[in-house]
Design a protein around this ligand. Structure first.
Ligand code: ADP
Ligand code: MG
Ligand code: MG
Length: 902
């Protein structure tokens, strides 16, 4: 339809003017309504007010110039098309006013249905519906309720109480038992509630209703729960929401009408089939709110075969068009099907893998695309443990497996209590009849969520899936009593604090704490499940996508491992070497005594004895690791922490001395230790005598470690293995430090290695900003660099992780100074820049310089992409993150090497 624009900036788009690629401007809902309109699907006509209009409104506090006129023009066009006018007392046009941001924020923002009804047009609507007064008054009371709650902040419970009162006066629990008179009475009650809270009558002017509703949707972008959700989901705060004005279609016209939601595949498992919920004689929000129990979508075949068939064919069409799982909202008005929403649907981690595999089989996407449809965070989720069930545990209830995982914890019934107990470090399961957006804090705090009502598409289910949190919904055997803080199930009462376990895959609920076992995906990675032969679609899909990722990635993936056992496990997970073997633990346990002797040594000879005693122990440690990593490189970091960390704490020593003196024992050694601890005390141990500085100050310490490494490598090679040691010097800031260590190390290596054929590389960590900035010089003395991004972050920002995470990070995240903690994901602009400089200047000085990263960033998806972009050779991460890093390295490679490379 042609709308006259009154201002040159276009703020309003008819559905026929948009398409699915305009999500930034029209929001996801608007863009997809436009797309479906263009596909010729039955979408009620309407228009979308852009996110730009919202941004302008939020910035200035008023509608931008020209918006009112454009809305007017589009409304007139809509009235012409529908042959009805907004507010016409005889035959009113009604519309819904719906939020819709670029990224879906389920239930976070506002929708008002039935806009345009007032005291006159409700009568006209009834007449138009063949004298169906029940329908007209039901629609009107819904308008007052939704408008009151969302536009005027009238507490929603007041409306719910009034509704409950009418129902109990009628002796029923079901709204369908209320007749036109009941609902007319309810409208009066609602209007009183409205007037009481707002100090004004419910607005009778349809255009005023419309304008206020639009404004409320704009403002809902900054509602507290929306802000919280965005932070949780890392959605930028400045996008704004679009507003969709959609001609109403009515699912509450009688038993031949209804409303529902559906998925084109199971969003829980990815299995093909028909998944959805349907509710006869209802308006849309009833399904999502879980107010009445829905029936499975398959039932619709019996209730209305032709609508059902049409729906199925539309779903097939949408899948083919979007080449992905879609979810949809629909309404049937007296046998006529209307599409109210679609989008590429959220899904569980397992479903993401399974569906990506299926779409490849169906020829809709290729393997590169499949690799993009999954991510490392999902894979990490699939590696969570599962419940280990035996006869002792019998489910007391079965609900819907709404979001997978295995969670045990103390039962709580309110969001506030969940937050409280979680802050004390307790695991909690939030139990509700149904959740609503106000429960978000509690859902974030809880290990799992259990509801007695609502389907796969209820608020609890959708939000939990988004967060990757275990959820069982609609466990209707459970009778929840929130005020009494208890629920009853199978004749038993569970009160606040009792432990339950919920399985978000099977929907089963257990009393007590059920033990857990490794997931199938972990069993596959460990080699105990053979993907080629197992009849498990998830394992097969993971195998296929991982194989593709391995084939595409340019980054190698190593692991951080300090023991033979860790090394072996990581190798099974696909590690291609060790990027960081810390030697600290080799000085602990019964070796502490030797370290004490080393520290207390007064003469060269005493120190030499202590080191000589440590040498064979270290050599044995390295031999074990080299054997496990046979043929693969192993980077061993020379000792890094300050030596006083190996001594007992000051207070303890002081007490020991005092007690021994009291008893008249010989306290010479305790006193010497105490004096050493006092002498070695540092104000800032992180910036103190550690790393390479130790090696330069304590004669023979690094030499002993270098000798142990070289001797272990020779022993492994002589036994027929292949050892590829790489010696890494920590905390270097100046090339001279490295040169000094290197000269001594080379002498020892030459002496030990002889003609064994063992080759030992010597390199350094880049973890002090000065090292990054003088990388060109340092590279002259280093065969490899390994970025220690934890220290580089600490020293780059000038704060120590242990001190600051609890102290002020929350505030920085709140203020947006950090989008995410720089310890979790690399700070590309600052710390990342240091990495980039060091990589470029290091390689310029020494072509072929090997570059890697060790530290937790090596297993963080976004950081892996960054390291790929910078051109590092490998990342190294903890054994369990190895598969995640492999997958993300593959995704990064496909992204930049693919046809649409940037
Ligand atoms: P949300 O984003 O929270 O799902 P929606 O804007 O999709 O909110 O609307 C809430 C409910 O109202 C949905 O079930 C939707 O299908 C229904 N609805 C929205 N607009 C209309 C309309 N024009 N006619 C009938 N039902 C509608
Ligand atoms: Mg919706
Ligand atoms: Mg370090």
């Amino acid at each position: 339809m042609a709308a006259q624009e009154t201002d040159d900036h276009k703020y309003v788009y008819d559905f026929s003017e948009g398409n699915k690629d305009l999500k930034d401007l029209l929001g996801g809902k608007g863009a997809n309504l436009a797309e479906m309109t263009n596909l010729g699907l039955p979408v009620p006509p309407g228009f979308t007010i852009t996110t730009e209009a919202c941004q302008a409104y939020l910035a200035t506090g008023r509608e931008p110039d020209g918006l009112a006129g454009q809305i007017e023009a589009h409304l007139e066009a809509l009235e012409r098309e529908m042959g009805k006018r907004l507010g016409d007392p005889g035959d009113p046009l009604l519309v819904s006013v719906r939020s819709g941001a670029k990224f879906s924020m389920p239930g976070m923002m506002e929708t008002v249905l039935n806009v345009g009804l007032n005291d006159q047009s409700v009568v006209g609507l009834s007449a138009q519906a063949g004298g169906n007064g029940r329908f007209a008054w039901d629609s009107y009371r819904r308008l007052i309720q939704m408008f009151g709650k969302t536009v005027c902040e009238v507490p929603g419970e007041e409306f719910e109480h009034a509704l409950d009162e009418v129902k109990s006066a009628r002796g029923t629990h079901n709204d369908l038992d209320l007749d036109a008179d009941d609902l007319r009475g309810l409208v009066d009650a609602y209007k009183k509630i409205f007037a009481k809270h707002t100090g004004r009558e419910f607005p009778q002017q349809p255009r005023e209703q419309l304008d206020l509703a639009i404004r409320a949707v704009f403002e809902s972008w900054n509602a507290e729960r929306a802000v919280l959700y965005r932070r949780q989901e890392r959605i930028p705060a400045d996008l704004g929401t679009a507003v969709n004005v959609v001609t109403m279609v009515f699912g509450n016209l009688g038993p031949d009408s209804g409303t529902g939601v559906a998925f084109t595949r199971d969003p829980g498992s990815g299995a093909q089939g028909i998944y959805g919920d349907y509710l006869a004689n209802a308006q849309g929000e009833d399904v999502v709110a879980g107010i009445r129990n829905t029936v499975p979508l398959q039932e619709l075949e019996r209730l209305d075969k032709s609508s059902y068939d049409e729906l199925l064919s539309i779903m097939a069409r949408l899948e083919e068009h979007y080449r992905d799982l879609c979810d949809i909202e629909f309404t049937i008005e007296r046998g006529k099907l209307w599409m109210l929403q679609t989008r590429v649907g959220k899904r569980t981690a397992a479903a993401a893998f399974v569906i990506a595999g299926q779409l490849v089989d169906e020829g809709l996407i290729d393997l590169d695309e499949a690799l993009h449809r999954v991510n490392g965070a999902q894979l990490a989720q699939l590696m969570f443990p599962r419940f280990q069930l035996d006869h002792e545990f019998e489910a007391v209830a079965t609900g819907i497996g709404a979001s997978p995982g295995a969670a045990s914890g103390a039962v709580v019934f309110t969001s506030a209590r969940a937050v409280e107990l979680a802050a004390e470090g307790k695991s909690v399961i939030l139990v509700r009849r149904e959740t609503n957006p106000d429960d978000l804090n509690g859902m974030i705090a809880a290990k799992g969520i259990l509801t007695s009502r609502g389907g796969k598409t209820s608020h609890a289910a959708v939000v939990a899936r988004g967060m990757g949190k275990t959820c069982v919904s609609g466990a209707d055997e459970i009778d929840v009593n929130v005020p009494a803080k208890r629920f009853t199930v199978a004749g038993r009462t569970v009160t606040e604090g009792d432990v339950v376990s919920i399985d978000g895959t099977t929907g089963k609920v257990y009393l007590g704490e059920v033990p857990v076992m490794p997931s199938e995906v972990v069993q596959y990675f460990e080699g105990s499940l053979d993907a080629e032969h197992v009849d498990n679609p998830l394992v097969r899909a993971v195998h296929r996508i991982m194989t593709h990722a391995d084939g595409k990635r340019r980054l190698a993936v190593r692991t951080n491992a300090d023991t033979g056992a860790d090394a072996a496990r990581a190798r099974r997970f696909g590690a291609e070497g060790i990027g960081l073997c810390r030697t600290e633990h080799m000085f602990l346990g019964d070796r502490r005594e030797l370290v004490e002797r080393l520290i207390l040594a007064r003469a060269e000879g005493e120190r030499g004895e202590a080191l000589a005693a440590l040498l064979p122990l270290q050599r044995a440690d390295f031999e074990e690791i080299f054997r496990e990593m046979d043929g693969l490189p192993v980077t061993v970091r020379l000792i890094d922490p300050p030596l006083h960390e190996f001594l007992p704490p000051l207070e303890q020593l002081a007490v020991n001395v005092a007690v021994a003196q009291e008893r008249g024992e010989d306290v010479a050694k305790e006193e010497a230790l105490l004096a050493a601890v006092r002498r070695m005390h540092e104000e800032n141990p992180m910036l103190g005598l550690r790393g390479v500085r130790l090696g330069l100050v304590i004669p023979g310490l690094f030499a002993m470690q270098v000798r142990a490494i070289a001797e272990a490598a020779v022993a492994v090679v002589r036994a027929g293995g292949v050892a590829r040691p790489e010696i890494m010097v920590p905390l270097v800031g100046a090339v001279q430090e490295l040169e000094t260590v290197r000269a001594e190390a080379e002498r020892i290596i030459a002496e030990v290695v002889g003609d064994s054929g063992v080759e030992v590389l010597i390199g350094t960590m880049i973890e002090v900003p000065r090292a990054a900035l003088t990388a060109g010089q340092i590279a002259e003395a280093a065969e490899f660099f390994s970025f220690g991004t934890n220290d580089l972050t600490q020293m780059g920002w000038g704060f120590s992780r242990d001190d600051v995470e609890g102290a002020f990070f929350w505030r920085y995240l709140e203020l947006g100074i950090f989008g995410i903690s720089p310890f979790e994901s690399i700070d590309r602009d600052g710390v990342g820049r240091l990495v980039r400089i060091a990589a470029e200047e290091g390689r310029a000085a020494r072509p072929g310089l090997k570059l890697g990263v060790c530290g937790e960033h090596g297993g963080d998806p976004d950081s892996v992409h960054f390291f790929h972009e910078v051109g590092l050779d490998y990342v190294s991460c903890s054994p369990f993150r190895v598969p995640v890093a492999r997958l993300e390295a593959g995704r990064a490679a496909v992204q930049t090497d693919g046809s649409d490379s940037r």
